[in-house]
Design a protein around this ligand. Structure first.
Ligand code: NAD
Ligand code: MG
Length: 397
């Protein structure tokens, strides 16, 4: 290594059993595994067999299942390994307290906020896949990382692309950032066609292989809505500087436009391991075995304006950005409830955005957050109100 920065040696992976978590372990393995990194903690939820297998293969010190009811099963799966099992909120807190140099924050949803925040306060560099942390807690989360003394490095492919394309010395010359969106499986569908789709249909993403929540969020473009708010907090820019462009091939991961008319983009195969490796070895670029772009075979890149009529989530993100305060936390919490209701076939696909919008409007007078307690309170109230709205629409009841 030529830079003065030491590679992060002590890692924890929150959400190791998920799509990002598994890709992170693959990157760690590709970059030397145990020879170069010490894994402190891995965490998962229901799938304790995979969690135990991961913990053993990387020699983790602690393995945590967020589901306290799975503790005994985890303990049994780890028997004789010397790896400490833990469970529930206290188990996640234990993992966050281990003083890692680098933490992959890849728990899905708001469940990731508390452990990631704790790790940030301990001073870990946070590789952030869990965009919900920034959407909910916004600048409070950024401040926590800064005060902890660590760094916040985006893992979301769009934000990694912007991070890589943003010339910090020329911040004054940044005019806009352009988030690319694949458009998801329903890019060309009418609202009538989307009205009756099931989760099984909605989760089939054309380019990326991902967890359930983000796959559904790609279909509704709610994921892009979260990413707009994520970008605002990560890059400290005004909402009117954030653009979205639909780019079905997912080759350009996002772009930064400058005052001289230049646009700098980051391109690559749709493989999260590039962004994960970049976050792990930053500012170095690691050598990774991922598919290389073959431009002759690609032959073309397409672009379309996003359609906020068919994908109202994009409009809701603008509303949340304009209103500011806790509207991001409220939108995120309400949509998380609506997402679960959709997966359980209690509401339809289009109703997810309806519920998020209704809860945002009901809570429009909620003030700004002065502490994390305000964030948790707004999150809880939005969940409560969304749950009530789901009940009035429930198809299964
Ligand atoms: P996933 O569903 O595949 O994995 C989620 C992980 O969180 C699993 O380890 C699961 O056990 C754990 N988990 C689930 N519920 C939990 C709870 N209540 N408490 C604690 N842990 C819990 O999700 P994913 O696709 O890997 O996404 C993880 C995060 O990364 C999300 O915030 C997502 O938006 C973001 N992200 C994912 C991708 C991708 O390609 N998958 C890309 C960009 C950003
Ligand atoms: Mg993304």
């Amino acid at each position: 290594m030529t830079s003065g920065r030491k590679a992060p040696r002590r890692l924890s992976i929150f959400g190791s059993t998920g799509s990002i978590g598994q890709n992170t372990l693959d990157v760690v393995q590709q970059l030397g595994g145990r020879e170069n990194y010490e894994i402190l903690a891995v965490t998962g939820n229901d799938n304790v067999d995979l969690l135990a297998e991961q913990a053993k293969s990387v020699g983790a010190r602690l393995a945590v299942t967020a589901n306290a009811e799975r503790y005994d099963a985890l303990k049994a799966a780890l028997a004789g390994s010397g790896i400490t099992p833990a469970a529930g909120v206290s188990g996640l807190a234990e993992a966050a307290d281990m003083d890692a140099d680098w933490v992959m924050a890849s728990i899905v949803g708001t469940a990731g906020l508390q452990p990631t925040l704790s790790a940030a306060r301990m001073g870990a560099t946070i590789a952030l896949a869990n965009k919900e942390c920034l959407v909910s807690a916004g600048d409070l989360f950024v401040d926590a990382v800064r005060k902890g003394g660590g760094q916040l490095i985006p893992v979301d492919s769009e934000h990694s692309a912007i991070f890589q394309s943003l010339d910090e010395d020329q911040r004054h010359a940044v005019e806009r950032i352009i988030l690319t969106a694949s458009g998801g499986p329903f890019r060309t569908w009418s609202r009538a066609e989307m009205a009756n789709v099931t989760a099984a249909v909605a989760r089939a993403h054309p380019n990326w292989s991902m967890g359930l929540k983000i796959s559904i969020g790609s279909a509704s473009m709610f994921n892009k809505a979260l990413e707009m708010i994520e970008a605002k907090h990560l890059f400290d820019i005004r909402p009117d500087q954030i653009e979205v462009i639909v780019h079905p091939q997912s080759v350009i991961h996002s772009m930064v436009g400058y005052t001289d008319g230049s646009v700098i983009a980051q391109l690559g195969s749709p493989d999260m391991r590039t962004a994960i490796g970049y976050a792990l070895e930053y500012p170095q670029r690691p050598a990774l075995n991922v598919e290389r772009l073959d431009f002759a075979r690609l032959s073309r890149l397409d672009f379309e304006a996003p359609d906020e009529q068919r994908f109202p989530a994009l409009r809701l993100a603008r509303v949340a950005l304009e209103r500011g305060g806790l509207q991001g936390a409220i939108m995120n919490a309400a949509e998380e409830v609506a997402f679960h209701a959709f997966v359980e076939e209690r509401i339809g696909f289009l109703e997810m955005a309806d519920i998020a919008e209704a809860v945002m409007d009901l809570m429009i007078s909620t003030g700004a957050a002065s502490s994390m307690d305000d964030v948790f309170a707004a999150d809880a109230e939005a969940r409560h109100r969304a749950t009530e709205l789901v009940a009035t629409r429930d198809k299964a009841a």
